[in-house]
Write a protein that binds this ligand. Structure first.
Ligand code: NAD
Ligand code: UDP
Length: 348
């Protein structure tokens, strides 16, 4: 790998998947650091209302273009017109179960979307890319803490789309002037402390935190805990839950690292702390100040017992570490849930 030392000045940043859960928080964090933004999203899993909510939080408009990232010509025009210096590529489909039943759609969208973006970035001469990757790229049997050199081997098609996209980006970076960082997220949770932006799943949530909060709010009857017979202290699975605002700050830090980056590099974004499903339940009950109905059911297919990050590479390379706790995340997620009971759909 070549080490490039040229300084990279990043002013304008394009965010793909801009109206999604994580990107909306990244937008707020970037604007706070004085970056100019342009948001791109096809709104397949998000609402245009997010653009107004972000504008409210950043005290000014966020330019937004409704576009599918697979539209290479349209994307090239947006990157050129806004004189974009770096892209943060968050656009993607993320439901593991759906990726098993409709894998082609996942490869088309996540891998095809990344190829289209790389072409557009080449045409518009954009030199820097931050890619939203995932801890699911690691082989499920790898022991935690997971480091960036833990073995890759995703256990489902969603994870494979992330791993394949990383490899494609690596190949392009190795043979061109592109520099890239793959941020491998652990379990993003929580919401902006204002309660104005947060996760707004369409239909029943697949993930633990939004499901738990909807049960707390009385929108769902019962949280099902998938297994209490794992080899963990309380028998439930352990994950590394990272506050979405910490995650967003990690993206800002990644942009600051391009001056010293190798051609491409993978960096874990996690807290380094593991919490069990029961820890999350207790923290959510504290935040919502009520008991949350739950029952233990059988294990969910494909779940590994323990997954948490070794976050030391992020500290070393980005000067970044998570600062918020699971309790902070539950309080902020509950505020968002409470103030926006139907997400963005009917809230003012
Ligand atoms: P999200 O669904 O809220 O946001 C993704 C956004 O991308 C949505 O607004 C969707 O409309 C948009 N999108 C999808 N395909 C597109 C396309 N072809 N063109 C333009 N826009 C498109 O999901 P999120 O939780 O904010 O995740 C953001 C990224 O982070 C995704 O790439 C996801 O795979 C990755 N990631 C998420 C998690 C997690 O648990 N949330 C964990 C690891 C990685
Ligand atoms: N989980 C659960 N009930 C739910 C959703 C999730 O018990 O309704 C458990 C799941 O088995 C896993 C943990 O919560 O151990 C985190 O799951 P999630 O889907 O949020 O994230 P993952 O780590 O699987 O990507």
């Amino acid at each position: 790998m070549r080490l490039r030392s040229t300084a990279v000045h990043i002013n304008t940043v394009a965010l793909t998947g801009a109206t999604g859960y994580i990107a909306s928080h990244v937008a707020v964090a970037l604007a706070a650091q004085g970056h100019r933004l342009v948001g791109i999203d096809n709104l397949s899993n998000s609402s245009q209302i997010v653009v107004d909510r972000v504008a409210e939080l950043i005290d000014g408009p966020m330019p937004f273009v409704k576009l599918d990232v697979r539209d290479t010509v349209g994307l090239t025009e947006v990157l050129a017109e806004h004189e974009v210096d770096a892209v943060i590529h968050l656009a993607g489909l993320k439901a593991v179960g759906e990726s098993v039943t409709d894998s082609l759609r996942y490869h088309d969208n996540n891998v095809g979307g990344t190829i289209s973006l790389l072409r557009a970035m080449q045409s518009a001469s954009v030199p820097a890319l931050v890619f939203s990757s995932s801890a699911t790229v690691y082989r499920p049997d790898q022991p935690s803490p997971l480091t960036e050199s833990s073995r890759i081997g995703p256990g489902n098609p969603y994870g494979r789309t992330k791993s394949i996209a990383e490899q494609i980006i690596d190949d392009v970076a190795a043979s061109s002037s592109l520099r890239a960082v793959h941020l491998r997220y652990f379990n993003p949770v929580g919401a902006h402390e204002s309660g104005r932006i947060g996760e707004d799943p369409i239909g029943p949530p697949n993930n633990l935190m939004p499901f738990t909060m909807q049960v707390a709010a009385g929108q769902r009857e019962m949280l099902q805990i998938f297994g209490d017979d794992y080899n963990t202290p309380d028998g439930t699975c352990i994950r590394d839950y990272i506050h979405v605002s910490d995650l967003a700050d990690g993206h800002v830090a990644a942009l600051g690292a391009f001056g010293s980056i190798e051609t491409s590099e993978a960096i874990n974004l996690g807290t380094g702390r593991g919490s069990s499903v029961l820890d999350v339940l207790r923290s959510a009950e504290k935040a919502a100040d009520r008991p949350i109905p739950h029952q233990i059911v059988g294990r969910r297919d494909g779940d590994s017992a323990v997954s948490f990050a070794d976050p030391s590479h992020a500290l070393e390379r980005l000067g970044w570490q998570a600062t918020r706790s699971l309790d902070d995340a539950c309080q902020d997620h509950w505020r968002w849930q409470h103030q926006n009971p139907t997400g963005y759909r009917t809230s003012p």
